[in-house]
Each structure stands twice: as structure tokens, then as C-alpha cells.
Design a protein around this ligand. Structure first.
Ligand code: UAG
Ligand code: ATP
Ligand code: API
Length: 496
């Protein structure tokens, strides 16, 4: 829900193409799409859902006090004033934006989309800007940060009321820049319609969420909507090494220019001479005439690409190349993104890879820097894209031992999900331990000095969703607890 502090918004003025029934105009000072959140004076945004139609809840909204409705078709069965628009989701976001005082007009905003890497890139943008004393808000999967306070988030991209309120809080805090994650579902549902981006960043487009989008084409079309949000003079920032990103830009660019980033070929920002070992990556950062060697403790080529994308945003937001290079070498991994939990005598990483592409990449990267065996613990979420499960199995096949376990089975039978994953495993030793703690214990007990354990899929998550219950669980915390209880006297170098 969103309430205006600045007085009522006239829907006739805000939405000139709308038609009105029962009144010449509707003044809005509070709007919500949830019938249960309506209160005296609210306007109810009746949205067509995937499971139900908001219009069916209009009576409940009215009994809670709603005195107007925003709808995409005239409703004959009601006496409350109606504002009829062609797309009620777009109009809903635009009303929330107006009620929040159009905060994007007072911010420089980078929107980040892509199958993987959104949180990583947003966090890097914020860290680079903060390293130069700038205040940058960040909205995404792990947290919503308004420049002063942070709160745990529940969605990657919030629904309109919360999204616009978060941007508004940033402007109240004199935060002048923001990095916001834009999920394919949010773009498809116009959750941020009206947002004016300075920069649209694409990390990579592979596959996910086909349960929602149906086809790769529809998935890409949803992601491609990001370019339509870019304001005049704004630009795209593209991972030029990724065919999916190049294709997305080619098909949906809306006439804007792109800044390109590459580890492999010519581009506006480049990383060359990469060398990786178990302590991190060294590379030469190049931007126009500037070149400097960077040593980072982050692992993986994908993280070097994430750094380039974040560097491109920082440069557009005014940082000098020298400042960016200094900031890049200090960046640490966000929680649960190839986060090193233990460094010696075995390496243990917790990572949020939950797509086939991400898991394949991370397995490949860790394989290259591991002297001994790579042991991977992973599963797949219930109620989400079932077709990606065998592909996750295939992606883990390059490890020396794969331990298949639960990762939020939700309302599905855990064994069914595990069977789907096992169908894709081609060439490695496999164990199955549905209980995630059992699976992690098995991996840690099997590892000998020189081995690497990768615990993938849950990253920062602090729960396991089984049925409708959420059971407290955090991979990193469990590893620390188990190792210190198992070997109280063994010198384990735990990372902060
Ligand atoms: C699958 C999905 O994205 N669903 C979103 C969609 O729900 P829906 O179309 O099923 O809506 P619905 O439940 O049928 O209800 C239709 C309308 O009736 C209203 N209603 C319904 C019942 C009632 O009692 N009263 C009432 O008013 C609802 O508020 C809604 O406006 O539209 C709703 C209203 O905008 C969203 O709340 C809902 O997102 C829910 C919260 C969700 O969990 N989404 C997830 C899957 C999501 O978006 N995840 C991405 C993650 C991407 C990533 O990082 O990988 C994200 O951005 O977080
Ligand atoms: N640029 C990238 N390309 C491919 N994989 C990546 C990239 N960056 C990160 N990853 C992998 O994806 C995982 C998730 O990273 P991150 O949280 O940044 O992505 P995300 O897009 O925000 O994910 P989600 O949409 O689920 O919130 C990482 O833990 C890593 O395994
Ligand atoms: N551990 C997770 C990853 C979820 C990632 C999320 N962004 C999504 O797919 O909605 C799961 O599958 O439950």
C-alpha cells in the first residue's frame, strides 16, 4: 500500500487517457492492490492475476473502506467511482510513483537485469560509489538499503508501493544514486512502470523461470523491457561476452547506445591478462586510455565481468578511472556469492548458483583452482522451473563428487525433485542426502586437505522451505558450527 504525504493525486491529470465512471475524477491519497489492505478512503487497484482476478475482491475492498477502483475494464456491479485504463498494472505503478513524489527524478538510477549476477553487480556498484564517499541506495534480493538503513528483502524487485517508497526514502536521506535489481517477473508485470533509468545493465541472459514465462523467447522479451525504461540520454551497459545479452540488446534496444564490457575481445571496458588461483583473480582493468592491474579476492571470471559492469556504472556516475580501480581491488563478495567460509586445510564456498549456467560456471572455476577434488552439494527449488533440474545435474557432473540434497522443496515431494536432478547427472560419483545438513556433513567429512567443497543454491538464505513451513537454515552458519564442533583443536582458517 502507499499513502501520499504530499496530498491527493488526481487520476484524471495523471492518466489522461483513462475514462471515468461514476465520477469526473478520483483523488488518490492511498492505493493498494490488496483488498485486505484497503482502509477508509483507499483506491483499490484491481489487477488481473495468474490465480485470481482482483475484481473478484472488490466487495471486500469496499467493505474495508475503498472509495474508488482502478480497473482495466468497466465493472457493472459496483457503485464506487471507477478509473478505467488500458493496463491497470502500468497505471498502478504510475500512481504509486506519483504518490511517492517521483523520486527517480532526483536520483541517478542504474537498473540491473540478467539471469544471474544482479545482486552481485548492484552490490559492487554501491561499494565502488561508497569507496569514494558517495551514498548509493540498493534494492534487490538480499536487502533494501535506502542510503542509511537496510532491511531484509522478500522479493528481488518489490511490488509498486514498496518499490516506490524505497526510492522515496533514498531521496529523503539525500541519497543521490541507486542500483536496483529488475527481475524478469517484475518487468513482465510492470512493477516499476514509469521508472526512468539512467543506465540499464544486462549481466547475461541464459535460462530460468520458464515455469513463469513459458518460453525462452517470452523470458527474453520480459528482460528486454528494461531498455524501454531508459530516459533520454541514458545508456545500456552490456556483457559483450554473453550471446544472450548481445541478442537482447540487438532486438530490444529502443534506440539507446550501449557501453560494452568484455574479458575476451574489444569493448569499452576490458579485463585482460587474467590469472586465477585459490586466493583470487589478477587482471588488467582497461577503460579508454587507462589501464591498471587489479588483484581481487573474488573468485571467477563471472565476478570479473560483474566488476566491469559495475565499473561502467561508476564511471557514468562520475567516478574517475583511478578511483574505480582503487575501489575494485577492495570489493568483497556479497553474502552467499562464492563466499569463502573456510580457506585451510580445505576450501569451503557457499554460493547462490541456482541456474544451470551459474552452477556450470562456478564448478568450472573452482575445478581450475582446486588441487584435490571438488565436492558439490546442491538441489533445486520446488514449485519452480522443473525443466532446469536435469540441467543442474548436468552442470554438477564436472565435479568429482556430487551430493544431491533439498533446496526449498516447498510443496513438492523432495524425492521427485532429486530424481529430476539425477536424470541429468552424466559422469560423476553421486550421493543423495535429502536432509541438507546431512549432505553438508557428508561433504565436509569426505574432504581432505587440498579439496574444495562448494555448497550451492541457497547463498544468503536463512531458511529451508518444506511444505508451507520455513525451517531455520543457513549454509555458512552450519559449516562454521559443524567444523568447530568436529575439530575444536584443528587449525581451520575460517574467513570473516
Ligand atoms: C508469480 C508472480 O510473480 N506473482 C505475482 C502476481 O501474482 P498473481 O498474478 O498470481 O496475483 P493473484 O494472486 O492472482 O492476485 C491477483 C490480484 O488480486 C489481489 N487479491 C488477491 C487475493 C485477495 O484476497 N485479495 C486481493 O486483493 C492480489 O493482491 C492481486 O493484485 O502479481 C502479484 C501482484 O502484483 C504479485 O504479488 C505476485 O508476486 C508474488 C509476490 C511472488 O512471489 N512473486 C515471485 C515469484 C517473484 O516475483 N520473484 C522474483 C524473483 C526473480 C529472481 O530473482 O529470480 C522477484 O522479483 O522477486
Ligand atoms: N555475471 C554472472 N554470470 C553468470 N553467473 C553469475 C554471474 N554473477 C553471479 N553468478 C552466479 O549466480 C549466482 C547468483 O548471483 P546473484 O545473486 O548476483 O544473481 P541474481 O541475478 O541477483 O540472482 P537472483 O535473481 O536469484 O536474485 C552467484 O552465486 C554465481 O553463482
Ligand atoms: N534456493 C532458491 C533459489 C531461488 C532463486 C529465486 N530467485 C527464484 O528462483 O525465484 C530456490 O530455488 O528456492
Amino acid at each position: 500500500m502507499i499513502a501520499s504525504s504530499a496530498g491527493a493525486v488526481s487520476l484524471r491529470r495523471l492518466l489522461p487517457a483513462a475514462s471515468f465512471i461514476g465520477s469526473a475524477d478520483i483523488g488518490v491519497s492511498h492505493i493498494t492492490d490488496r483488498s485486505t489492505d484497503c482502509r477508509p478512503g483507499s483506491v483499490f487497484a484491481a489487477l488481473r492475476g495468474r490465480t485470481v482476478d482482483g475484481i473478484d475482491y472488490l466487495d471486500e475492498a469496499i467493505s474495508n473502506g475503498a472509495c474508488g477502483v482502478l480497473t482495466d475494464r468497466p465493472i457493472t456491479s459496483t457503485a464506487v467511482p471507477q478509473c478505467v485504463v488500458s493496463n491497470s498494472r502500468i497505471a498502478y505503478s504510475e500512481v504509486c510513483r506519483a504518490l511517492a513524489g517521483r523520486p527517480d527524478q532526483r536520483l541517478r538510477v542504474a537498473g540491473v537485469t540478467g539471469t544471474d549476477g544482479k545482486t552481485s553487480v548492484c552490490s559492487m556498484i554501491r561499494k565502488l560509489l561508497e569507496s569514494c564517499g558517495q551514498r548509493c541506495g540498493q534494492l534487490g534480493t538480499v536487502e533494501n538499503y535506502d542510503g542509511v538503513c537496510t532491511e531484509t528483502s522478500t522479493l528481488t524487485t518489490d511490488e509498486p508501493p514498496k518499490f516506490w517508497n524505497s526510492l522515496s526514502r533514498m531521496t529523503s536521506n539525500r541519497t543521490t544514486m541507486a542500483a536496483v535489481e529488475l527481475s524478469s517477473q517484475a518487468l513482465d508485470q510492470y512493477r516499476v512502470a514509469g521508472l526512468q533509468l539512467d543506465l540499464a545493465v544486462v549481466t547475461g541472459v541464459t535460462r530460468d523461470h520458464l515455469d513463469y514465462h513459458g518460453t525462452p523467447h517470452a523470458y527474453a522479451a520480459a528482460k528486454g523491457k528494461i531498455f524501454g525504461l531508459v530516459r533520454k540520454g541514458g545508456r545500456a551497459i552490456i556483457n559483450n561476452d554473453d550471446p544472450g545479452s548481445r541478442d537482447l540488446f540487438a532486438k530490444h534496444n529502443c534506440g539507446i547506445d550501449a557501453i560494452t564490457c568484455s574479458l575476451d575481445g574489444p569493448a569499452d571496458l576490458r579485463a585482460t591478462d587474467l590469472t586465477s588461483n585459490k586466493t583470487g583473480v589478477r587482471f588488467t582493468f582497461q577503460m579508454a586510455d587507462f589501464a591498471e592491474q587489479i588483484q581481487t579476492e573474488l573468485i571467477g571470471r563471472h565476478n570479473v565481468m560483474n566488476m566491469l559492469l559495475a565499473a561502467a556504472v561508476a564511471a557514468e556516475f562520475g567516478l574517475a578511472p583511478e578511483q574505480i580501480a582503487a575501489g575494485l581491488s577492495k570489493i568483497k563478495s556479497p553474502p552467499g556469492r562464492l563466499e569463502r567460509i573456510v580457506a585451510e586445510p580445505i576450501n569451503v564456498f557457499v554460493d547462490y548458483a541456482h541456474t544451470p549456467d551459474a552452477l556450470a560456471r562456478v564448478v568450472d572455476e573452482l575445478k581450475q583452482i582446486t588441487q584435490g577434488r571438488l565436492i558439490v552439494v546442491f538441489g533445486a527449488g520446488g514449485g519452480r522451473d522443473a525443466d532446469k533440474r536435469p540441467l543442474l545435474g548436468q552442470a554438477a557432473s564436472n565435479a568429482d563428487l556430487a551430493i544431491v540434497t533439498n533446496d526449498n522443496p516447498r510443496n513438492e515431494h523432495p524425492q521427485t525433485i532429486i530424481e529430476h536432478i539425477l536424470a541429468g547427472i552424466t559422469s560423476t560419483t553421486v550421493e543423495v542426502r535429502p536432509d541438507r545438513c546431512d549432505a553438508i556433513r557428508l561433504a565436509l567429512d569426505a574432504a581432505v586437505p587440498g579439496d574444495c567443497v562448494l555448497i550451492a543454491g541457497k547463498g544468503h538464505e536463512t531458511y529451508q522451505e518444506i511444505g508451507t513451513r520455513q525451517i531455520s537454515h543457513n549454509d555458512a552458519a552450519f559449516v562454521r558450527r559443524y567444523l568447530s564442533a568436529r575439530h575444536p583443536a584443528t587449525p581451520i582458517t575460517a574467513c570473516a
